[in-house]
Design a protein around this ligand. Structure first.
Ligand code: FAD
Ligand code: NAD
Length: 481
């Protein structure tokens, strides 16, 4: 007989494990099916984010930042270190340890919340049925009143540069290099290209990023993107915009490495790299998760079609996270997981899709939320902008971390905050101040009237809100009122 559950979640990434834990907390008998095996062939929870995404990439970003600081900047603070040496295997092992701690943490949370973790590959075979194929090939059936699909996403491949996880790698392979590639090529100047490009550039790689589009970071406003490009180029990332990769050839023996062919405005080009990272986006991992007979609707790109509440076209089946429309971000999936659980007990929780924070964890970080100036101009919305550069922030100067600015935008008539773009130290955390403010429909004046701790980087947000009305204290105001 099939095992009975109130809820079966397929996938234990941030979307799936949040959904499963909240469902169990609300009293539902919940199972979470997960197929991921670690290098020791053990089932691990946490999906892309914990195993090969957000967490390991940030571990390497932090390690490489410390290395760069020790190598280039400690001396400015009067700290003498002698020769700073790099031990890549230890750095990679530390990253693995962090991953292990967090994935075991999710297993512990499943246990304490009484979520049943089931190892194997899940497939929805009927409205209320999931078939699980174990790693030994045996199958079992689970019956559930509700099914939540949280199968996540996988990297997109491109035919001119097929990934072999040795010379040509995807983001997972790029977290595993055993030594620093002398010349590193990257296809795609998106979030992964910039973050992992920064890691290896800080550790000593000569990094070239080939980006097909002529625009850099199209999701960000032109002013912020221009500043980011200037800073990253200064850091040594050679970002070649308008470069379309047409082919690649992996060498053997003494000619190891890869030759990449691409075209740019000057015609056909060639470049030679020791390693090449392909990071041109991700696609939903929905193939083989749903039997055709179920009649679940997918869109042309393979995303499960859902409404604003993550309901699919079939009653009792929900889909969340990277498997559905919207930005592929861990926190977006987490909120969707909790929303679906709450809605099972009729609590009308709603994800605010207008306020999804985005962050690129380079140094300085680039973070944004809500509308940017380009969008407001295009929509014909009258707005006021307040900007504050970190170069005059006492805290940023004390830390010798002065690149970038905070830009705050508010409606010209109502003063309601409409958006914020930050490029600077701790931009992710600073942005969250504005995210909370926007969630509560705060005005720029409310932020201006709030007391901020001194000296803190957050004062840059405060000064930007003051600058918006021409009241900034530490910079010359464009307009005085
Ligand atoms: P996933 O995390 O992909 O999890 C899906 C899970 O489902 C996987 O464990 C998979 O094994 C399992 N699964 C799939 N099919 C089945 C099946 N049939 N049966 C059983 N199990 C199945 N986002 C951020 O917000 N911040 C960041 O800093 C960030 N950094 C990133 C860095 C990198 C290098 C990468 C690659 C991604 C990063 N992301 C980041 C994106 C983030 O990882 C994803 O948005 C997030 O993991 C999506 O969560 P999810 O739960 O929808 O899917
Ligand atoms: P991305 O969409 O951020 O960037 C891909 C880039 O590759 C784009 O600039 C695109 O124009 C370019 N591109 C596409 N095809 C190309 C080609 N053939 N040749 C050259 N350039 C090409 O995708 P990503 O960097 O792979 O990241 C995947 C997802 O993971 C993103 O959706 C992102 O949200 C998520 N992620 C988030 C974070 C974070 O939140 N800090 C970090 C890493 C990844």
């Amino acid at each position: 007989m099939a095992k009975q559950f109130d809820v079966v979640v397929i996938g234990s990434g941030p979307a799936g494990y949040h959904a499963a834990i909240r469902c169990a907390q609300l009293g539902f008998n919940t199972a979470c099916v997960e197929k991921w095996l670690n290098k020791e062939d053990k089932t691990v929870y946490g999906g892309t984010c914990l195993n090969v995404g957000c967490i390991p990439s940030k571990a390497l970003l932090d390690s490489s930042h410390k290395y760069l600081e020790a190598q280039k900047h400690f001396a400015d603070h009067g700290i003498k270190t002698g020769k700073v040496e790099l031990d890549v295997p230890t750095m990679i092992a530390r990253k693995e340890k962090v991953v292990g701690q967090l994935t075991q943490g999710v297993a512990g949370l499943f246990k304490s919340n009484k979520v049943e973790g089931i190892a194997g590959t899940g497939k929805v075979i009927a409205k209320n049925k999931v078939e699980v194929t174990g790693h030994d090939g045996k199958t079992e059936e689970l019956e559930a009143k509700n099914i939540i699909i949280a199968a996540g996403s996988v990297p997109i491949d491109i035919p001119p540069a097929p990934v072999d996880q040795d010379t040509i790698v995807d983001s997972t392979g790029a977290l595993e290099f055993s030594e620093v590639p002398k010349k590193l090529g990257i296809i795609g100047a998106g979030v992964i290209g910039l973050e992992l490009g920064s890691v290896w550039a800080r550790l000593g790689s000569e990094v070239t990023i080939l980006e097909a589009l002529d625009d850099f970071l199209p999701a960000v406003d032109r002013h912020t993107a221009k500043e980011a490009l200037k800073i990253f180029s200064k850091q040594g990332l050679d970002i070649k915009l308008g470069s379309k990769v047409t082919g690649s050839k992996v060498g053997k023996g003494a000619k190891k490495g890869v030759t990449v062919e691409y075209t740019d405005k000057d015609g056909e080009q060639k470049a030679q790299f020791d390693k090449l990272i392909v990071c041109v986006g991700r696609k939903p991992a929905t193939a083989n998760v749903i039997d055709d007979s179920v009649g679940l609707e997918l869109d042309q790109r393979g995303f499960v079609k859902v409404d604003d509440n993550c309901k699919t076209n079939i009653d009792g089946i929900y889909a969340i996270g990277d498997a559905v429309r919207g930005p592929m971000l861990a926190h977006k999936g987490m909120e969707e997981g909790v929303m679906v659980a709450e809605r099972l007990v009729d609590k009308k929780v709603q994800v605010n899709y207008d306020l999804v924070p985005s962050v690129i964890y380079t140094h300085p970080e680039v973070a944004w939320i809500g509308k940017n100036e380009d969008q407001l101009k295009e929509e014909g919305v009258e707005y006021n902008a307040g900007q504050f550069p970190f170069v005059v922030s006492g805290r940023a100067l004390a830390a010798a971390d002065t690149d970038g600015f905070v830009k705050l935008l508010a409606d010209a008539k109502t003063d309601r905050v409409l958006g914020c773009q930050i490029i600077g130290p701790s931009a992710a955390d600073l942005l969250q101040i504005v995210a909370v403010a926007m969630e509560f429909s705060t005005s720029a004046e409310d932020l201006a009237l709030t007391m901020f701790a001194h000296p803190s980087l957050s004062e840059a947000v405060h000064e930007a809100s003051l600058a918006l009305h021409g009241h900034a204290i530490h910079i010359a105001n464009r307009k005085r009122r």
